[in-house]
Design a protein around this ligand. Structure first.
Ligand SMILES: [Ca+2]
Ligand SMILES: [Ca+2]
Length: 426
C-alpha cells in the first residue's frame, strides 16, 4: 500500500515526476492477460490488485488489513449438496462507500461480483487460482458481497481481494458489447492500454483526465500511455485516492434494514500511514478523538484512541433507535487529539426499507440509475418476473429478487412482492 499526503493545489510537495526503468518490454497491458512483471509495474499504479486490492497488508505484521473493504469474513458453506459441495466456503466483504473509479463512477459490490463472474466465464489463465474453485458470487446491496467456493482454503479471501477490482463492471460490459457487435474477436482481444476511454464508453473521459485510456482502475494513478517504440509510459496522480489525514474513519454495517428497527454498526478507525507533509517524518502514530453522529445528531465520543501506523480499531458495536423508513446516515469524524483539528469525515448511508422494494435496496440510484423510489411498484414486480425461475449460476439470476433467500426466484418471491404492492415509506 502506498499512500501519500494529498497536498494542496499549487503546492509543490508532494508531486513531481520520477523515472523508473522497466526490465523489459511489457506484454499485453490488459489486466486480464498481462503476464509480464514489467507490464504490471505500470498497471499496478492504476489498479488495486494483488497484495493491495480490497484489503491491504500490514507491513509490520504481514496480516490483512481493511482498505477498500472495511471488514471480511470466511466461513464454511455447504448449501448446495446437489452439486456435491459438502465442504465449501464463503467469503463476505463489506466495502467503503467513498471509493471511486478513475472515471468517477462509485466502486460497488456489483463491480466486485462482475469481476468474479468474468473469471468464471472466461477462465483467464493468470487467475486460475481464483476461479478454479469459484462457484458463484452475489452482491447483497451495493456495498456487500459474498463469494462461494467449492473448497476450503486460507487463500480464497485473499484471491478475491486481489482480483475484485481489476475492471469496473460498466467497462467489462462495454467490452462484451464490442465482442457481441463483432468489433472484437473475443474478450481477451481487448486492448485497453492503447485505445481511448471515449472509444469504448461512447462518452468523453473525465475533464481532469482527458487522456484516459480503457484501463480504468481505482488506484493512486490514472494510466495515460505506454509507447512501445520509445519504451516509455506515464501515469498521473488520481486526486480522489489521496487523503490529507494519517487516520481515517469508516463504518461497517448493512446497507438496508427494515423500517422502524434498530441498526447495529461498528465504526472503523485506521491509521493508513499516509505520509505527512512535514520534514520531520512520514509514518506517524496518532492519538485520535472520534465523534459519531446518527442522522447529524452527536451520539458518541471516543477519546484518546492511540493508533500506530497501519493499526486500526473497530469501535462498538453501537445500536441506533428504530430508524424510520427512508435514508439515514452515520457520520464518523476523526480529530487529531494534539491539535483538535478535524482531519477526516466519513459518511455511511443506510436505508430503512422493506426487502420487497428491490429497486431501492439494490442501490442502483447510486450508480446513476433511476432515483430511489422507496416504494413497491411495477418496477419491483417486473424485475422479479424477469428473474423468475432462476437460481445461482442461472443466466437471469438476480439475488435481490430472492426475497426469502432460498436460492431461487419463484412464486413465493413474486407473491411476497405482490403482497407489499403499493407500499411507500412515507
Ligand atoms: Ca421500488
Ligand atoms: Ca426465493
Amino acid at each position: 500500500m502506498c499512500l501519500h499526503w494529498k497536498g494542496e493545489p499549487g503546492v509543490v510537495w508532494p508531486g513531481g515526476a520520477y523515472t523508473a526503468a522497466l526490465g523489459d518490454e511489457p506484454g499485453s497491458l490488459n489486466p486480464w492477460t498481462e503476464y509480464s512483471p514489467h507490464g504490471w509495474e505500470i498497471m499496478e499504479r492504476a489498479l488495486l490488485t494483488g497484495e493491495t486490492g480490497l484489503l491491504g497488508i500490514n507491513p509490520t505484521t504481514l496480516k490483512n488489513m481493511p482498505f477498500v473493504a472495511t471488514n471480511w469474513t470466511v466461513e464454511h458453506w455447504t448449501s448446495i449438496p446437489e452439486l456435491g459441495i459438502t465442504d465449501g466456503s464463503t467469503a463476505t466483504f463489506y466495502l467503503r462507500q467513498d471509493v471511486t473509479w478513475h472515471d468517477g463512477a462509485p466502486v460497488t459490490a456489483y463491480d466486485c461480483v462482475y469481476d468474479m463472474r468474468t473469471m468464471r466465464v472466461y477462465w483467464p489463465g493468470r487467475y486460475s487460482g481464483t476461479w478454479a474453485h469459484l462457484v458463484y458470487e452475489e452482491a447483497d446491496g451495493p456495498y456487500k458481497f459474498n463469494v462461494y467456493f467449492a473448497s476450503t482454503s486460507l487463500y480464497h479471501a485473499d484471491k478475491v481481494a486481489g482480483t475484485a477490482l481489476l475492471t469496473p463492471k460498466h467497462v467489462i460490459q462495454a467490452v462484451e458489447q464490442q465482442v457481441e457487435d463483432g468489433e472484437l474477436d473475443n474478450f481477451f482481444d481487448w486492448d485497453p492500454a492503447f485505445n481511448t476511454y471515449a472509444d469504448l464508453m461512447d462518452r468523453p473521459a473525465p475533464a481532469e483526465y482527458p487522456f484516459m485510456k480503457q484501463i480504468v482502475g481505482c488506484g493512486p494513478f490514472v494510466y495515460d500511455y505506454y509507447h512501445r517504440n520509445s519504451g516509455t509510459g506515464r501515469v498521473v496522480k488520481y486526486e480522489d485516492f489521496f487523503v490529507n489525514a494519517p487516520v481515517i474513519g469508516s463504518v461497517v454495517g448493512e446497507w438496508r434494514i427494515d423500517p422502524n428497527t434498530n441498526y447495529t454498526y461498528r465504526p472503523l478507525v485506521q491509521n493508513l500511514a499516509a505520509k505527512e507533509d512535514s520534514p520531520e517524518g512520514e509514518l506517524i502514530p496518532v492519538i485520535a478523538d472520534i465523534k459519531i453522529y446518527e442522522d447529524d445528531e452527536l451520539v458518541r465520543e471516543v477519546a484518546d484512541l492511540s493508533l500506530d501506523p497501519w493499526e486500526w480499531a473497530y469501535l462498538g458495536p453501537y445500536t441506533t433507535d428504530g430508524l424510520t423508513g427512508g435514508g439515514h446516515t452515520i457520520r464518523v469524524e476523526v480529530y487529531d487529539n494534539s491539535t483538535d483539528d478535524l482531519i477526516h469525515t466519513y459518511i455511511h448511508t443506510v436505508i430503512a426499507i422493506i426487502r420487497e422494494d428491490i429497486t431501492t435496496y439494490t442501490g442502483e440510484f447510486i450508480l446513476g440509475g433511476y432515483p430511489p423510489d422507496f416504494q413497491v411498484d411495477m418496477r419491483d414486480v417486473g424485475r422479479a418476473a424477469r428473474a423468475f425461475g432462476s437460481y445461482p449460476g442461472h443466466l437471469r439470476w438476480d439475488p435481490a429478487c430472492d426475497i426469502n433467500d432460498d436460492y431461487e426466484v419463484d412464486m413465493r418471491d413474486i407473491g411476497a412482492i405482490a403482497r407489499k404492492f403499493g407500499w411507500i415509506y412515507e
